[in-house]
Design a binder for this molecule. Structure first.
Ligand SMILES: [Zn+2]
Length: 511
């Protein structure tokens, strides 16, 4: 390009400038989709230069010039990538999704030569070999082991030809993974079911109010709709007395990505599985499961299977007994049909009412979102002595996002917590914890920016948003993950917060 685009300028691109917001948080109000590609290009270039300097350092490898230097590298990339992926998953638009396709491919092309850099890996492997003699503290030893394992498992030790194939596979998997989630979002965004007066049998008032709010969100004020958000589907299937509509919603929900349209994921899934298998084989593992599980607490597919088998038989017996009870209920009501998948939640709810006199819908009015947030925070205060104070001056990615400053027992600033609770078409489904900045203290104390993103149904204008008991459990669960990030206390960024084995990471969510 002969003329530099305005957005490539490090003085005008908010992703490249210093962040002068409260707590140096991302200036979401200034960031535009156009800013990302030039910022990523800059970040990739900076990072590659840092990696080359580490790999080609004429001094013999030591912990500081190799492992610590790696931890310090990629600052710009670490700053902007979480902001980008937050928008991709929690508040996307067609421009962001288009850029995501390019970024995921560029990301794979950036990381491949780093993770397979033979000279760099040589330095790491030499330190790893000699780790007992380096006088490392436990955190440093852990960091060295994790760094070595990460490079080794990425194929850094493979022969040239195998490395080239791994690089191709990684690029293709990056494209396929991005396509998969875009398709899912596409099917979720396109589908909704309008509820006329006659379609509302059995639905609690709170559900209808949320269905009206969902319609308004999509520019259909005055109407009421069911969407494919779990917080819309689940209560509908539990309470709708219209069997035909339950079938329609259930089928739409379970067929996301399986509709033979441009969002179909069938061939994507097959190709992902083939490539994963091939990459595992290249690395010397019989299956992808064996490769994936080796770096986890479970270690082997056999260990996972034996755990599942122990649960499977009793759980299946329980489910079959429930099925028979539900069928009996249908017959007693004069229903002349066999229990189908879309009936399960509806009759399970009736059974529960019969057995325990516990009615989800009746409890819901007590579970307002604000009360549940307060309860979850109170729980965290009592467990860990931290306190939450809402801030209105921190830029956010959507007006519904709320921010709290979290202070430690000693009253010192500990973290910011972002809560993004409501479903909307620009958000992917599910609930998750994430971070915009990880805790570390390699070069001074860095406080984390942690977020929870959920898909709860928003209450109608002026009405409180009500959670189901399931939603409330999700809120506590995600705050558990959030606390894992906020209470992190490590020196090195790559060991921060939830950077633990994936089969350990759920523990804090259960606490
Ligand atoms: Zn979880």
């Amino acid at each position: 390009m002969s003329e530099p685009r305005q957005t490539t300028d490090s003085e005008t691109n908010p992703l490249l400038k210093a962040w002068v917001t409260p707590f140096a948080t991302p200036p979401f109000d200034e960031i535009k989709p156009d800013h990302f590609l030039p910022a990523f290009e800059q970040a990739f270039a900076d990072h590659s230069a840092e990696i080359a300097a580490i790999a080609n350092d004429p001094a013999a490898a030591d912990f500081a010039n190799t492992i610590t230097a790696l931890e310090r590298s990629g600052k710009l990339l670490n700053r902007i990538a979480p902001v980008f992926y937050d928008l991709v998953s929690a508040h996307s638009n067609p421009a962001i999704l288009e850029i995501d396709k390019e970024v995921s491919l560029r990301m794979a092309r950036h990381w491949n030569p780093i993770m397979m850099n033979a000279v760099l890996f040589g330095r790491i492997a030499q330190l790893h070999e000699n780790r007992a003699n380096l006088a490392l503290d436990p955190e440093q030893l852990r960091l060295l082991e994790r760094t070595y394992t990460r490079f080794h498992r990425a194929g850094a030790g493979l022969a040239e030809e195998a490395k080239m194939r791994m690089a191709e596979i990684n690029e293709r998997l990056a494209q396929l993974g991005t396509g998969f989630s875009h398709h899912l979002l596409g099917d979720e965004q396109e589908w909704f079911m309008e509820l006329g007066e006659a379609d509302r049998q059995g639905l609690p008032e709170s559900f209808v109010a949320a269905a009206k709010a969902a319609a308004e969100e999509r520019g259909m004020a005055g109407k009421a709709i069911v969407t494919l958000s779990r917080s819309s589907v689940e209560p509908f299937l539990k309470s709708s007395a219209r069997r035909d509509l339950r079938e329609k919603v259930y089928k739409a929900f379970t067929a996301r990505g399986d509709n033979g349209n441009s969002n179909d994921n069938n061939t994507t899934i097959v190709e992902i599985l083939k490539l994963r298998e091939e990459s595992a084989n290249l690395l010397g593992y019989p299956t992808f499961a064996a490769y994936r599980l080796e770096d986890s607490m479970a270690k082997t597919p056999e260990a996972v299977r034996s755990l599942l088998e122990r649960v499977w038989k009793p759980a299946r017996a329980r489910a079959l007994a429930d099925r028979d009870d539900m069928q009996a209920l249908i017959t007693a009501e004069g229903g002349n049909f066999k229990l189908a998948s879309w009936d399960w939640r509806f009759y399970a709810e009736k059974l529960r009412l019969q057995r325990a006199n516990f009615d989800d819908a009746a409890i819901k009015p007590y579970l307002t979102l604000d009360n549940m947030i307060a309860a979850a925070f109170d729980c965290a205060t009592r467990l860990f002595g931290i306190t939450f104070v809402e801030r209105k001056d921190v830029p956010v990615w959507h007006p519904d996002v709320r921010v709290w400053e979290v202070k430690g027992k000693d009253g010192r600033h500990k973290a910011l917590f972002y809560g993004d609770y409501f479903a909307r078409p620009s958000k992917r489904s599910g609930a998750w914890m994430g971070s915009l900045r990880d805790q570390q203290k390699l070069d001074g104390e860095i406080a984390p920016l942690v977020m929870n993103v959920c898909n709860f149904s928003k209450g109608a204008e002026g009405e409180p948003s009500l959670l189901s008991p399931d939603d409330a459990r999700t809120l506590f669960h995600e705050l558990g993950h959030g606390l894992h990030g906020m209470l992190s206390n490590v020196t090195y960024p790559s060991l921060s917060g939830t950077s633990v084995f994936t089969d350990f990471v759920e523990l804090p969510s259960q606490l």
